[in-house]
Design a protein around this ligand. Structure first.
Ligand SMILES: Cc1cc2nc3c(=O)[nH]c(=O)nc-3n(C[C@H](O)[C@H](O)[C@H](O)COP(=O)(O)OP(=O)(O)OC[C@H]3O[C@@H](n4cnc5c(N)ncnc54)[C@H](O)[C@@H]3O)c2cc1C
Ligand code: SF4
Ligand code: SF4
Length: 484
């Protein structure tokens, strides 16, 4: 049986380059790559060589005959992408003609012409975009990289964002640890640019500065009552259960039978899943110990994850929904919420969930078509008033805890031009710009370059683009250290 890509896929495309028959798509140079929820193996051309398994940093690929029950649906999901039969009986792609198949393009490392030797690069941040950029830069003999990270641990949201019950995705830090071993990469922890060292100092001492500081701010929910005790952002809860030093005090109020999560993207699902998970199962993960102790005392019986639009527009990805439906989580959907929903891959699965018996408490419930109007309560949150989207009907949900998860946004960085509309540092393909003109020596990558979207692996393509611009400028003689 052909190989299958499953839920932990973070779209870094390593498998694309490893595959000898080019049967994994979309590739980074295909139009659908930036918005793909994962990558897919074409079952009719996969020759079962297994090369992609070794290449995948998060263990997302299984041989078809060893796929676990909880991931069985992915056989169909991969095949559907190609409109193919998931288990074809017909002849496979003939191995003796493999060499004729065009391979996905790979940027081959090349010698740099006419650049300073060594070429000193400062990278701000050590999250996925920073690590992929360093990896790309260090393919070149002349390059030396110094990375500045404000926290005492590296790897950004790969360490402090990804949910602790997703260990396969977390294992991408093993790859980053390998990159970090490069003798020409130095990572300075506990060093915040703007506090411990200034951007101007970096510009003096390095040929180029690559900003990879992420997009750490929540998009605010602007309704009455959001400042009440009991209301907090998903970012703070995620930081709290992952032991992020900025959020040790962001202890959620769990002395309530119902909580509401406003927003239904993957982060909203993470929060609801962790807060309803069996603490004994969480104890086998690396969830923060104090958070686990607090969760053991939780009174929550139901967490309602609320989306503004209909079920067919759920912001969560299909792979995440499959993980929720077939994994250990207790999840439920009220059939009444799906009456008018058109048939899509997501609503088909949601209907299946809605036909199941109501799960044991605590469980999470997905609700749709509700626009938040105000948080109810005087001293603390007691509920949320919604309007049924597109109608005048009001719906109130009693809840002593409310978590907002409506997305992220980059923060302006003093000294760097900011594109307020996009919430990113102003840039063209990773070159930071002022009035549309690139500023040689200043580059940006990751969430604060393209906006807070995509997966961990999406940053690889993004960083490759920024590094291409940086190295082209170096070869054009545009990079000089002001202080040397
Ligand atoms: C809650 C959550 C869960 C997620 N789960 C998944 C998942 O399961 N799978 C998946 O594929 N993707 C997931 N993502 C998306 C993924 O984490 C991002 O795509 C990725 O982390 C973005 O990388 P980045 O390098 O741009 O930013 P970040 O990961 O945020 O890294 C930025 C780094 O810069 C540091 N920094 C910032 N400012 C400074 C400064 N001035 N000086 C020094 N250091 C600084 C920060 O401390 C941080 O370490 C998740 C995102 C979130 C928010
Ligand atoms: S098993 Fe081999 S042929 Fe199949 S997708 Fe993986 S690398 Fe490609
Ligand atoms: S995580 Fe990367 S290597 Fe693994 S399946 Fe997804 S795209 Fe391929």
């Amino acid at each position: 049986m052909p190989h299958v890509i499953t839920q932990p896929c973070c779209s870094d495309a390593s498998c694309v380059y490893a595959c000898p028959v080019n049967c994994i798509h979309p590739t980074p140079d295909e139009p659908g790559f930036a918005t793909a929820e994962m990558l897919y193996i074409d079952p009719s051309t996969c020759v079962d060589c297994g090369a992609c398994i070794t290449a995948c940093p998060v263990g997302a690929i299984s041989p078809g005959h060893r796929i676990p029950d909880t991931q069985e649906r992915f056989t169909q999901v991969n095949a559907d992408y190609y409109g193919a039969d998931p288990d074809p009986e017909g002849p496979r792609f003939p191995v003796d003609s493999l060499w004729r198949k065009p391979l996905a393009p790979v940027d081959k490392p090349r010698a740099l012409d006419g650049v300073p030797d060594p070429l000193q690069i400062a990278i701000v941040g050590s999250g996925p975009s920073a690590m992929y950029a360093a990896d790309e830069l260090l393919k070149h003999r002349q390059v030396r990289v110094t990375m500045f990270e404000r926290l005492s641990e590296p790897f950004g949201l790969a360490r402090f964002g990804v949910a602790p019950d997703h260990p396969a995705t977390r294992s991408v830090v093993d790859l980053f640890n390998v990159i970090a071993q490069d003798p020409y990469l130095q990572i300075l922890l506990n060093t915040e640019v703007g506090r411990d060292v200034t951007l101007e100092q970096l510009r003096q001492e390095y040929h180029a500065v690559l900003w990879a500081g992420g997009a750490p701010t929540d998009r605010p929910l602007e309704i009455t009552g959001v400042d009440l005790p009991g209301v907090q952002s998903a970012t703070t809860v995620v930081g709290w259960y992952n032991g992020h030093p900025d959020f040790v005090d962001a202890v959620p109020l769990l002395d309530t039978e119902r909580a509401v999560v406003i927003g239904n993207g993957n982060v909203a699902l993470d929060v609801a899943r962790i807060l309803t998970a069996d603490p004994d199962r969480l104890a086998t993960t690396n969830i923060d110990a104090a958070a686990l102790a607090h969760l053991r005392g939780s009174s929550i019986r139901e967490i309602v994850v609320v989306g503004r639009r209909g079920a067919e527009h759920g912001a969560f990805t299909l792979p995440e929904l499959i993980g929720l439906a077939d994994g250990p989580a207790h999840v439920w959907v009220d059939p009444a919420d799906l009456v008018d929903a058109p048939e899509t891959e997501k609503t088909t699965l949601l209907r299946e969930i809605s036909q199941r018996p109501k799960p044991a408490e605590p469980y999470l419930r997905l609700a749709f078509g509700l626009t938040p109007e105000r948080i109810l309560g005087e001293e603390r949150a007691t509920g949320v008033r919604f309007q049924r989207t597109g109608t005048q009907e009001t719906v109130e949900l009693q809840a002593g805890a409310v978590f907002t998860a409506i997305g992220y946004r980059g923060r302006p960085v003093p000294g760097l031009p900011f594109d307020d509309a996009r919430g990113t540092i102003a840039n063209v393909a990773g070159r930071i710009t002022a009035d549309q003109q690139p500023i040689p020596g200043l580059y940006v990558t990751g969430w604060v370059k393209r906006g807070p979207n995509g997966f961990i692996g999406t940053n690889k393509t993004d960083s490759a683009e920024a590094v291409r611009g940086l190295l082209a400028d170096a070869e054009a003689g545009l990079l000089a250290r002001a202080g040397v």
